[in-house]
Design a protein around this ligand. Structure first.
Ligand SMILES: [Ca+2]
Ligand SMILES: [Ca+2]
Ligand SMILES: [Ca+2]
Ligand SMILES: [Ca+2]
Length: 307
């Protein structure tokens, strides 16, 4: 499970590294090759994913008439032989348009499969989710999976996974079993087909064998959601540190010290902790004083206080 967490850990990899290197056989040194063009790669990914969706189906018949002890996990198969007339995924998926976080002029069509919506809470981009999941390539080989519930911080997972799971709801209820495990009812079940630019791009986790520029499939059961995560414990929930409202937290860095606000305990870098520049009322409401009335709240204003 620990390994699984590391695999999905994406922090910042989409925004760093403009070159990758490979060993040059003709030379003793390394040859630096430029990163692929994001728009061209997005087009390649779209073709590959749509081809997959055309040629594959999922176990929808089992979801329609669940066999005894069905685990409510999505399983894909190829539309060939006895399965040639199964409904192709392309007729069952939903899609949403998502802007590339590195190159905003690139827009992805992110395909996802909504098998069961779920009846509980729906996560937002800064929440933590409890899921079971499987990660596969388009050839259906598995690169990572967890059948036991595992927590994923949505600020740390690949963009495609984050953008899809926020469209689902968690379980309506759970019961504790005699062995201490939990059973969930009414959870969300889905899959997302992630183009490389919304996946690991040219920087897959170094401890994985995931090839660069891989299209990835994640199937997941969404069990639980934890909201109002405050990553830096500065008193401001992380979703409120998304100052430019793009649902991406790594590009909000008020004092430009390289530490984004949601991880920065002194957001304006004035030497006074954010926690000491806001007021948290007994009912949990947060006030942002602007003492010098310049339109910038104290915690983001490095001209106040003058120390
Ligand atoms: Ca915070
Ligand atoms: Ca900062
Ligand atoms: Ca902060
Ligand atoms: Ca401060």
């Amino acid at each position: 499970m620990k390994f699984a967490y590391k695999i999905l850990f994406l922090l910042l990899v989409t925004s760093v590294g403009f070159t990758s290197c490979k060993k040059d056989d003709d030379d003793d040194g390394f040859e630096f090759i430029p990163e692929r063009d994001r728009a061209e790669e997005a087009a390649v990914a779209k073709i590959q994913i749509e081809e997959f969706l055309q040629n594959h189906f999922y176990n929808y018949e089992e979801f329609e008439n669940p066999p005894a002890n069905f685990d409510y996990k999505i399983v894909f198969g190829k539309r060939e032989g006895d399965n040639a007339d199964k409904i192709p995924l392309i007729d069952q998926v939903t899609s949403k348009q998502v802007t590339d976080r590195v190159k905003p002029e690139v827009i992805y069509t992110l395909y996802y499969l909504n098998v069961l919506q779920g009846g509980g809470d729906s996560p937002i981009f800064a929440d933590e989710t409890l899921v079971t999941f499987k990660g596969q390539y388009l050839d259906l080989n598995t690169f990572d999976a967890s059948d036991s519930p595992i927590k994923f911080d949505l600020t740390s997972v690949v963009t495609g996974f984050q953008e899809a799971i926020v469209e689902f709801n968690s379980a309506t209820s759970f019961t504790e079993n005699p062995d201490g495990t939990l059973s969930f009812d009414g959870f969300g079940v889905g899959a997302v087909f992630v183009p490389s630019g919304m996946g690991f791009w040219s920087n897959p986790p170094s401890n994985s064998n995931i090839p660069i520029y891989s299209q990835l499939i994640f199937t997941f059961n969404l069990l639980d959601v934890t909201t109002d995560i405050d990553h830096d414990e500065d008193g401001i929930p992380s979703y409120m540190e998304d100052l430019n409202n793009n649902e991406f937290l790594n590009d909000d860095d008020t004092d430009e010290d390289g530490i984004p606000n949601f991880l920065d305990t002194d957001d304006d870098g004035d030497g006074v902790l954010t926690r000491d520049e806001i007021n948290i009322l007994p009912d949990g409401t947060i006030e942002f004083p602007d003492t010098n009335e310049n339109g910038i709240p104290d915690y983001l204003d490095d001209t106040y206080p003058n120390l």
